[in-house]
Write a protein that binds this ligand. Structure first.
Ligand SMILES: [Zn+2]
Length: 157
């Protein structure tokens, strides 16, 4: 798999946890192949310097952001048998720790209709600012890493 060469000059192994987005799906929407998975691998290793660089690359590119969001929605949907209400509406109790921002919720809302690597999610990402894409992408990472640890209750703390 293609890997972005970062200034951090080291490597985080892939293949842990969820199957990464397929290269053909990434190409279909014009995303950087392997970038979302590379970010996930760095976050799994708690590597802040790679995470920062990779997150900047992801949110700088609407198509790659859409792949990351779609991947998180797919994994979450498979875990819970559909996207939980909290991802669409947000939590309805004030002390909730997991609070998906509106940018993520609006993208998740179109996900079930259109699938993982849809043009629709990408087009919506294109209309977001980089900061808005970052807000959504951080939630996607939180979901992927949280659910990977088998902690299916973390949405509801
Ligand atoms: Zn690293």
């Amino acid at each position: 798999m293609a890997r972005y060469l970062l200034t951090t000059d080291h490597f985080h192994p892939g293949g842990r946890g969820f199957t990464p987005p397929a290269a053909y799906e990434e190409k279909e929407v014009g995303a950087v192949v392997g970038l979302a998975a590379q970010l996930y691998d760095a976050v799994l290793d708690n590597c802040g310097s790679c995470r920062r660089q990779l997150m900047d690359l992801v949110v700088g590119d609407a198509a790659s952001t859409s792949i990351l969001i779609g991947w998180a929605c797919l994994v979450t949907s498979e875990t819970y048998g559909g996207l939980p209400e909290i991802l669409l509406e947000g939590p309805d109790w004030p002390e909730a720790a997991f609070r998906p921002p509106v940018e993520f919720r609006e993208l998740a809302a179109v996900y079930p209709e259109v699938g993982t690597a849809s043009q629709e999610v990408r087009d919506r990402c294109l209309r977001l600012t980089e900061q808005e894409r970052r807000n959504a992408a951080e939630t996607a990472v939180e979901l992927l890493v949280g659910l990977r640890d088998g902690n299916v209750d973390f949405l509801y703390f």
